[in-house]
Design a protein around this ligand. Sequence first.
Ligand SMILES: Nc1ncnc2c1ncn2[C@@H]1O[C@H](COP(=O)(O)OP(=O)(O)OP(=O)(O)O)[C@@H](O)[C@H]1O
Length: 229
Amino acid sequence: MINFDNVTKVYPSQNRPALQHVNVGIEKGEFLFLVGPSGSGKSTFLRLILKEERPSQGHVHVAGKDLSRLSNWKVPHLRRRIGCVFQDFRLLPNKNVFENVAFALEVIGKPRRFIGKVVPEVIDLVGLEGKAHRMPDELSGGEQQRVAIARAFVNRPMILLADEPTGNIDPATSIGIMKVLDRINRTGTTVVMATHDAAIVDAFRKRVVELEDGRVVRDQSRGVYGQAY
Ligand SMILES: Nc1ncnc2c1ncn2[C@@H]1O[C@H](COP(=O)(O)OP(=O)(O)OP(=O)(O)O)[C@@H](O)[C@H]1O
């Protein structure tokens, strides 16, 4: 589903590469934790999948397509098939839960009847039943992140990218967020989650790819956070 083929990324004005000779293949339906110290290249890895950045060398394939050959006008279509969740939720503050999730479908022109059917289903899936009419400032951080996940998933993307989704959430609540991501993964969506959250990585035992100075130093199935061997 995602293939990094000898990818090196050097940002203009930087002399140290953000990623160096990265080779990682991620199958459809996999769940992958991307770990590593701050500045090791995790966000760059995610941005390359979205074609927000281009490799300086090597190739990134997503769903069988070489992104370097994907014309610019096709990039919005690629991004539509990839849901994104961030540390800081990024909800629209003046829209309620239903409207925040519905907005993701409105902007791609889905009919109102379809929206009225699927949005409540996804709100239930993320564990927010009964809260559709709450405004973001009437929700806890964990609940806001559930809305953000519902919004990212409502279009049934093939891939979900999560950049530090539990970074602003307390440990107990983080487990609940992780269970939601796990549930989404079980529907067949490939999930790539960049994280510093050792407790979560250790509790869920998924594949772990560790970056250090832009290099893959570990790729382990059912891995833990901090054990390089
Ligand atoms: N737009 C940019 N322009 C120049 N350099 C950048 C840019 N984005 C990232 N970098 C550099 O590339 C390297 C990797 O950064 P990246 O954000 O991918 O790391 P990260 O592992 O996601 O870090 P964090 O855990 O702090 O989010 C760092 O040295 C960073 O300073």
